[in-house]
Design a protein around this ligand. Structure first.
Ligand SMILES: Cc1cc2nc3c(=O)[nH]c(=O)nc-3n(C[C@H](O)[C@H](O)[C@H](O)COP(=O)(O)O)c2cc1C
Length: 167
């Protein structure tokens, strides 16, 4: 039987790829995995799509793909550098979901914290402004999460898709 599930993802620094591959580990027998932009989802009825967050929404390559998912069942996941403060994750999810075609079915959507290039910027900013407590606090938060996505995140991602698509 041909696999019915496509795992598609976009990744610049490897975080989203890690999560996508962890998901593929548990779906492998019934799925294929493809990295954007070389993706053709025609023959699949379900698409698990991984994007990375760029300026509060999915990165452009992912957005273009998400807009093309007409008629599909869709599971979305994203990786991002920021923590979930002041409803940020909900805002990101909404910004991405509004790009889905009206006739697709969204089955689930989850965000995973990951390391980001912001860490280097924050280190520099902190070195230049050692008394700025706001920068210090943000830097500490980014340092604490610099090894993510970690084993727990990958396990969570696997459980997330299995809870939606079945074991
Ligand atoms: C150009 C750029 C813009 C980003 N914008 C955001 C953002 O708005 N919010 C956020 O939480 N993280 C942001 N990040 C962090 C990435 O979303 C995060 O590192 C992600 O895991 C990268 O995925 P990848 O390793 O698969 O490329 C940005 C990173 C880059 C390079």
């Amino acid at each position: 039987m041909n696999p019915k599930i496509l795992i598609a993802y976009s990744s610049r620094t490897g975080n989203t790829e890690k999560v996508a591959k962890a998901i593929y580990e548990v779906l492998s027998a019934r799925s294929d995995i493809q990295k954007l932009p070389e993706v053709n989802c025609e023959k699949y009825d379900t698409v698990v799509m991984g994007y990375w967050v760029d300026k509060g929404t999915a990165n452009e390559e992912s957005l273009n793909f998400i807009k093309s998912l007409s008629g599909k069942k869709v599971v979305l996941f994203g990786t991002l550098g920021a923590g979930d403060y002041n409803g940020y994750y909900q805002k990101v999810r909404e910004a991405v979901e509004k790009e889905l075609p009206a006739d697709c079915t969204l089955l689930g959507h989850k965000l995973f914290r990951a390391t980001s290039i912001m860490l280097h910027r924050l280190r520099k900013q902190h070195a230049e402004n050692p008394d700025d407590l706001e920068i210090k606090k943000r830097l500490e938060d980014y340092e604490k999460n610099k090894h993510r996505p970690d084993e727990n995140d990958l396990k969570e991602a696997q459980e997330f898709v299995l809870s939606i698509l079945g074991k």
